[in-house]
Design a protein around this ligand. Structure first.
Ligand SMILES: [Zn+2]
Length: 378
C-alpha cells in the first residue's frame, strides 16, 4: 500500500491510497460490510456508485463463516465478489462492546461468541493471523476500546496495553506473509479516551512504530462532539504527515467535514446504510424521513441535486410507499442514495481542497446541510 499526499488546504488533505486492489482517492468514506456484505446493496451497485474500498470485520467473519471457509474460497475478495480494496477492522470494538466479555489480560481478551455462545481468546497475533487469512488490503491492530466515560487512570492503563498490543501486531505482521499474492498494510490505532495527554503520548509512540497508516479509535462513543474534534486534532498534529489517518466509526456529514478540516483522510460509519434502512435519508438540504405523511403524494425525488439511480428514477411518494408496504426495494433504494450522498460529500471535499477553497465550501455546505428545505410538493 502507498499513500500520496497530493495537496493540503490548511490542515485538510487530498491524497490517494494505492492498493493491489485499486486506488482510493482521499478523503474517503468506506461503507461498512461487517459480515462480508454491505447491507441491502450489491457489490455491482457499490462499484457503480464509485466505492473504492469497503470494510469487513475480523470478529464477525472469524465467528461466521470462519477463517477456514474464507481461506478455502480464496480470501475475502473472491469470497464476497468484491475486487476493489478491503479494510478489515480488528474486532476490538466489537469484542469490547459484548455483554459477554469474559476477561482481559495483557496477553489478550476472552469473549463469548454472540452467534453460538462458544468461548474464544483473541491475542494481537491471532487477530493479525485471521486478517492474513481474510486477505484484506488494510489490516487493523487489536486495540482495547473503552466506553465513555472512562476514568483517566483506566484510560492510561488501557492505552498502554493497546500500545503493547500494537507492537506485537507489528511484529506478527512483519514475520508473516500474505496468502493470496496481494500486499497487506497494517494500521496502528491511537486510544486514550478524551484525555489529551494520553492521546498525545499514544500517538507519539505509535508514530515511532512505523505503521502504514494510523487510526484514531475510541471516539464517537458518546463523548461531546467538541471532545471528538479536539482529540482528532491533537492526534493529527502528531501523526506522520506522509501516512493516512483514519477516524474510526465517524460519523454524521457534519462530523466528517469537521474532521477533514482537522486532517483526517478516512472514515467509516453505519449511519448512511442503517439510517437508510430506517427510512431516513441524507440530502444536500438536510435529513428527510420518508415515512412522514407530508411525502405521501410528493412527486419530487429524494434529493433533486443528486444524480444517483434512486433520485433519477423514483419519487418520494413511491419510496414512502415501498417503506409502508415493507418492500425490500425501499431498503435498496435508500442505501443507494445515502451512500451516494456520503461519496458525493467526500468527493466535493476533495475537489474543494484541491481548489484551495475547503473552508469556504465547508461553511456553505454546513449551512445547507442544516437547513430544512425538504418541503413536500405534489
Ligand atoms: Zn440520490
Amino acid at each position: 500500500m502507498m499513500f500520496s499526499l497530493l495537496h493540503t488546504c490548511r490542515k485538510a488533505r487530498a491524497g490517494e491510497i494505492t492498493t493491489d486492489h485499486g486506488s482510493v482517492p482521499t478523503p474517503v468514506f468506506m461503507p461498512v460490510g461487517t459480515q462480508g456484505a454491505v447491507k441491502a446493496i450489491e457489490p455491482r451497485e457499490l462499484e457503480e456508485l464509485g466505492a473504492q474500498i469497503v470494510l469487513g470485520n475480523t470478529y464477525h467473519l472469524f465467528l461466521r463463516p470462519g477463517t477456514d471457509v474464507v481461506r478455502a474460497c480464496g480470501g475475502l475478495h473472491r469470497f464476497s465478489g468484491w475486487n476493489r480494496a478491503i479494510l478489515t477492522d480488528s474486532g476490538g470494538f466489537q469484542v469490547f462492546s459484548l455483554q459477554d466479555l469474559r476477561g482481559i489480560t495483557d496477553d489478550g481478551v476472552e469473549f463469548k461468541s454472540h452467534v453460538d455462545g462458544s468461548t474464544h481468546f483473541f491475542t494481537p497475533e491471532h487477530v493479525v493471523d485471521i486478517q492474513r487469512a481474510l486477505g484484506s488490503d488494510i489490516m487493523m491492530v487489536l486495540d482495547e476500546c473503552l466506553p465513555y466515560p472512562a476514568a483517566e487512570g483506566e484510560a492510561l492503563l488501557s492505552s498502554r496495553r493497546t500500545l503493547a498490543w500494537a507492537g506485537r501486531s507489528r511484529e506478527r505482521a512483519d514475520r508473516t506473509s500474505p496468502y493470496y499474492g496481494s500486499s497487506q498494510a497494517l494500521f496502528g490505532i491511537v486510544q486514550g479516551s478524551v484525555y489529551p495527554g494520553i492521546r498525545q503520548s499514544s500517538a507519539e509512540e505509535l508514530a515511532g512504530m512505523d505503521f502504514d497508516g494510523y487510526a484514531i479509535g475510541g471516539l464517537s462513543v458518546g463523548e461531546p462532539t467538541e471532545s471528538m474534534y479536539r482529540i482528532a486534532e491533537i492526534c493529527t498534529e502528531i501523526l506522520p504527515v506522509e501516512k493516512p489517518r483514519y477516524l474510526m466509526g465517524v460519523g454524521t456529514p457534519e462530523n466528517i467535514l469537521e474532521a477533514i478540516e482537522r486532517g483526517i483522510d478516512m472514515f467509516d460509519c453505519v449511519l448512511p446504510t442503517r439510517n437508510g434502512r430506517n427510512a431516513l435519508f441524507f440530502t444536500r438540504r438536510g435529513k428527510l424521513n420518508i415515512r412522514n405523511a407530508a411525502h405521501a403524494a410528493d412527486s419530487l425525488p429524494i434529493d433533486s441535486e443528486c444524480d444517483c439511480y434512486t433520485c433519477r428514477n423514483f419519487s418520494r411518494a413511491y419510496i414512502r410507499h415501498l417503506f409502508k408496504a415493507g418492500e425490500v426495494l425501499g431498503l435498496q433504494l435508500a442505501t443507494i442514495h445515502n451512500l451516494s450522498f456520503y461519496f458525493w460529500l467526500c468527493r466535493e471535499a476533495r475537489r474543494a481542497i484541491l481548489a484551495d477553497e475547503f473552508e469556504t465550501w465547508k461553511a456553505e455546505t454546513l449551512v445547507e446541510l442544516s437547513s430544512a428545505m425538504n418541503q413536500p410538493q405534489s
